[in-house]
Structure formats: structure tokens, C-alpha cells
Design a protein around this ligand. Structure first.
Ligand code: SAM
Length: 255
């Protein structure tokens, strides 16, 4: 499963996931959800997706490529959703389970270990640009959703798949291309919201992320794997800051 993800990306999503769990152990459980939101989903973004996807208490949510489980845990804490994470990275799934108590299954978004028509809501946040077969991933999300089910996406888009300075393993779709793929895989796209137009995460959320990052740097700063993972994160940060890559929240309904 780990071979689905290029080596540098695996460092960011697997090795660092294990390190993050240990950092949160040191700093306190209130750091866990912000530290585990690795797709740049802020509380405002999660609020919007939860509202558009109709997440209410007891609603089952499959967070595909859910990483270390931050968004899933936010949905459980703030909306009473009943989440499961699917992610190919064993370290991410371990962290979702052990740090946040979120059920997490190691699996590929292009061959989901979930029954057809079994979930009312899927999220897939910051994942589409990390997979090569983007139509295949959307088709799988459609397969596991009940008819009329809701999909919440956070998609990073660009004018070309690999703009100069792109992180390893990323292939950015265009926004129009993403909407066309959604239609082709059986979805009716709904609203599109630019991530940049949403309020920043509150200072308390950003401070907790900064404390976890500082703890990781203290503990692993000399490890070349830390430097490689940091470089991946810096690259996407630079592209977003420079406007080459844009984040969008999309809501779609399974036809
Ligand atoms: C930017 S992270 C986002 C994590 C999480 N969704 C969040 O917002 O915090 C991208 C995630 O996509 C996962 N991923 C990569 N290839 C995948 C695939 N083929 N199927 C499902 N997830 C995949 C990675 O392991 C990683 O956890």
C-alpha cells in the first residue's frame, strides 16, 4: 500500500504522522485535532463542508485519504458524525486510531475497502492532487456513497499538473477539469468556495500547530527525513502563497 505514495510524500504522511502522535503526547491532547488537519482544512473550511454535506449527529462519514484523522475527529466533536478514515499510510492510520480514537483502515482511495452504497457522506480533503488516477478515485467515492449521498472535497488546482516547484507526487487538476470529472463520474457538482476567501483559523488553533511543529523540529530537526518532509510542505506553501496553486472546497451530490 505504501508504494502507492512516492517516497517523499510517504515521509510527510507516514513518518511525520508517527512523530506527530509523540509530539502531541508531550504537549497535550488539545493539540491533536489541529496537528492532524494536514490538508490545510481550517475550522471555517470544515464548518462549511459539514453544513453543505448535511453532517448531523449520528451520520456516518468516510474520510478518504483522511490522513491522521484531524478532519474526521473535528466532524465527530463538532457535528456528532460517526467517522471512519481510509488512508494508504499505516502511520497515518495508527495516529488517527491512537491519538484521536478514530477508526482507521489502511486502504487505497482507488479501491476502497467499503461496500457499495454504504455511506451517506464522504470527505476527500487535499487528496485528489496526490493521486494519478483522479477519475478512478472519484468513481470509487461515487460507488461507496448511497444514491443522493454528499461528497465534500478540498481540491488544490493549478493551470498545469506540475508547475515549477511542485512537491513530489502532486498532479494538480484544473478547477474546470475537476468539475468535468465529477460530472463524468456520476456527481452533480454544487457550490465551489475558494479556500482563500474563508476566515483564517483562530490564533489558538494556529498556536497549537506551531507548538507541535516546534516540538517536531526540536526532536527530529537533525533527521534528513524531517528536512525532506518540511521541503514538501514548504513547496506547496510557496505555490499557494504565490497564487500558482489555489485551494477550493467543493460540494457534490451522487446522482
Ligand atoms: C494532504 S494529506 C491530507 C490528509 C487529510 N485529508 C487532511 O486534510 O488532514 C493527503 C492524504 O492523501 C493520502 N493519499 C495519498 N494517496 C492516496 C490514495 N491513493 N488513496 C487515498 N489516500 C491517498 C495521503 O496518505 C495523505 O494522508
Amino acid at each position: 500500500m505504501a508504494d502507492l505514495v512516492p517516497e517523499r510524500m510517504a515521509l510527510e504522511f507516514d513518518t511525520v504522522a508517527d512523530w506527530t502522535r509523540r509530539a502531541v503526547d508531550e504537549l497535550g491532547a488539545d493539540h491533536a485535532i489541529p496537528a492532524a488537519c494536514r490538508g490545510s482544512a481550517s475550522p471555517a473550511a470544515l464548518e462549511l463542508l459539514a453544513r453543505e454535506c448535511g453532517l448531523t449527529p449520528g451520520v456516518r462519514l468516510a474520510d478518504v485519504g483522511g490522513g491522521t484523522g484531524g478532519p474526521a475527529a473535528w466532524a465527530r466533536e463538532h457535528r456528532g458524525a460517526v467517522p471512519v478514515v481510509v488512508d494508504p499510510m499505516p502511520g497515518a492510520c495508527r495516529t488517527a486510531r491512537e491519538m484521536l480514537g478514530i477508526p482507521a483502515v489502511v486502504g487505497d482511495g482507488n479501491a476502497l475497502p467499503l461496500a457499495s452504497g454504504s455511506v451517506p457522506v464522504c470527505w476527500c480533503l487535499g487528496v485528489l492532487c496526490t493521486v494519478e488516477d483522479q477519475a478512478g478515485l472519484l468513481a470509487e467515492l461515487h460507488r461507496v456513497l448511497v444514491p443522493g449521498g454528499a461528497l465534500g472535497l478540498l481540491v488544490y488546482t493549478a493551470d498545469e499538473p506540475r508547475p515549477p516547484g511542485a512537491p513530489d507526487g502532486n498532479h494538480f487538476p484544473t478547477l474546470d477539469g475537476t468539475l468535468a470529472l465529477l460530472r463524468a463520474t456520476g456527481f452533480a457538482p454544487g457550490t465551489v468556495t475558494a479556500l482563500a476567501g474563508l476566515p483564517d483559523a483562530p490564533a489558538s488553533w494556529r498556536d497549537r500547530i506551531a507548538r507541535v511543529d516546534a516540538q517536531l523540529a526540536r526532536t527530529h530537526g537533525d533527521d534528513p527525513r524531517f528536512a525532506a518532509a518540511e521541503e514538501q510542505a514548504r513547496r506547496i506553501g510557496r505555490l499557494v502563497d504565490g497564487g500558482t496553486v489555489e485551494g477550493h472546497l467543493l460540494h457534490a451530490t451522487a446522482r
